[in-house]
Every structure is written in C-alpha cells, then in structure tokens.
Ligand binder design. Structure first.
Ligand code: ADP
Ligand code: UDP
Length: 238
C-alpha cells in the first residue's frame, strides 16, 4: 500500500490518499499542540509510539466486538485505514474528574464519579470544540439518534476494555476522547487514534501523569511519559 497525495495535514497526523479510494494512509507526527493549537511543541518519538499503540488497542477492541477503521500497519509511523466520513463529534468518556470537567463543574481532579460519563463536543476548531448534548447533535445534523445510540454503546464498551487493559499494567484510565466515522456502506466504526495524546493515564502507584498533560502543563519529560506507557504495553522502546 503506497501513499499518493496529501489530503489533509492536521495537528498530529497527515492523511494521504492511496490507489484504493476506500483506503487512506495516516502518518503520525511528533508535533504536539494544546489549547486548540495555541501551545506548540514536539515530543520526540511520539508519532511512532501513538501509531503503534493505537493499532494495538484497535486490534484488541476489534476482538472485543468494536469495529474500527484499522486495515494494516505499514511502518513505525504509518497505517492504512478505511476511509470514513468522520461524525463531527468528539466523544469523551470519563471515569474520574479531570481537565475541563473539573474546571466547568468545580470538582477537584481525581474525584471519583458515581458512574462513568459521556459527553459530546462539536468538532470545530474555530469554535473551540464546544460541548453539546445529543439533542443539539441531532438538531444540527451532526448525527442521527441511531448513530448516537451506536456510538454511545461502543464508547462505553471501549471504556470497559481499556480500563481493564490499563489496570493490568498499573495505569488508571481517567478519561479519553474517541472519534467515530461512517464507512461507505454506512457502518459506524471507531476511527482516529487512542494514545497518550487523547487519553489521561495516571500511574496507579504514584499518580504520575503518563499522557499529554505532561506537555500541556509543563510537568517535564513528556517523552519519558509516552515511552513508559509504551514499554508497559510490552513494546521495546527505541
Ligand atoms: P486535527 O484534525 O484535530 O488536527 P489530526 O492531526 O489527528 O487532528 O488529523 C487527523 C484527521 O483525520 C482528523 O481530522 C480525524 O478526524 C481524521 N480521521 C481519522 N481517521 C480517519 C479515517 N479513517 N477516515 C477519514 N478521516 C479520518
Ligand atoms: N481530548 C482530546 N482532544 C481534544 C479534547 C480532549 O483528545 O480536543 C482528550 C483529553 O486528552 C482528555 C479527554 O479528552 O483525555 C478529556 O479532555 P478535557 O475535556 O478534560 O479537555 P482538556 O481541556 O483538559 O484538554
């Protein structure tokens, strides 16, 4: 599988067309951004780590019955995926309070939630990805009720699988963001990535941040945090 022209360059990945109209190639970059692009930097080795971690987790999720866009890993940084029409919603699941949830609701980070929660943001960088509810998502045509039901079911399933997986390697899954898309036949699949860029991982023993908060909050050594999760997942650090 070879890449043709660049279709899109995002903040963390490039997306290429291939000779197959149904298949894209994503190329993960080391670039890191936060606060809707206001803070920019590089986390050396991040592209390869995020690519390989995402594929590992997507394979695991496929086995557990969650369909994904994954086709095949091409090399360290590149993966062939099914081309989908992205549902313009960021789907966020939380197990403990952190980040914008803590700020918005005045609940200290790390507070246990009585149940896991799901929220939608409308995917629009110019608007700063505003929080919306499912009625609003339907009203603006971002998704149908059927799409929302499927996405909700898959997102909570992803949470169960990932929570368990990360617990085994000493990591607490605090929250994460998913994106879903529709294939040409209308099937909803999990797309985009699952990585320390898109999840909050806290070390169970020490509470240390092993994710992009190291970069967002200048906690020091983001490379080390990404490598730590990678190594605990059984990958050989380069
Ligand atoms: P951003 O667009 O937020 O800067 P990225 O740099 O990660 O993010 O860019 C990757 C883009 O590719 C995102 O807009 C994402 O929604 C999109 N994408 C992810 N998976 C697929 C897919 N299978 N088909 C089409 N687009 C996808
Ligand atoms: N997240 C993401 N992309 C976004 C916004 C959030 O991947 O554009 C992830 C983030 O890494 C965290 C979860 O979604 O794991 C919840 O993020 P939150 O809403 O707390 O946002 P914050 O303002 O802290 O980035």
């Amino acid at each position: 599988m070879e890449e043709k022209e660049l279709l899109y360059e995002g903040k963390a990945k490039k997306v290429f067309r291939t000779e197959d109209p149904e298949i894209l190639i994503v190329d993960y970059k080391d670039d890191a951004t936060a606060f809707n692009g206001l803070k920019k930097g590089t986390i050396k080795g991040k592209g390869a780590i995020n690519n390989r971690m995402t594929n590992y987790l997507m394979k695991l999720l496929e086995e557990k019955g969650v369909p994904t866009h994954l086709v095949e890993e091409i090399d360290d940084r590149k993966t062939a995926v099914k081309k989908v029409q992205i549902v313009p919603l960021e789907v966020i699941i939380r197990n403990k309070a952190a980040g914008s949830f803590s700020k918005r609701l005045g609940i200290p980070e790390g507070t246990e939630l009585k149940c896991s929660t799901l929220e939608f943001s409308y995917k629009d960088d110019d608007l700063g990805d505003p929080l919306i509810n499912s009625y609003m998502a339907r009203a603006i045509g971002a998704a149908t009720q059927e799409d929302i039901d499927t996405i909700t079911e898959y997102a909570f399933k992803v949470n169960e699988v990932l929570k368990e997986f990360f617990k085994e390697i000493g990591i607490e899954l605090i929250d994460f963001k998913l994106e879903f898309g529709k294939t040409t036949d209308g099937t909803i699949v999990l797309a985009d990535e699952i990585s320390p860029d898109t999840c909050r991982y806290w070390d169970i023993k020490t509470g240390a941040h092993l994710d992009k908060d190291t970069f967002r909050r200048d906690l020091g050594n983001p490379e080390g945090a990404y490598q730590e999760v990678f190594a605990r997942m059984g990958f050989d650090a380069e």
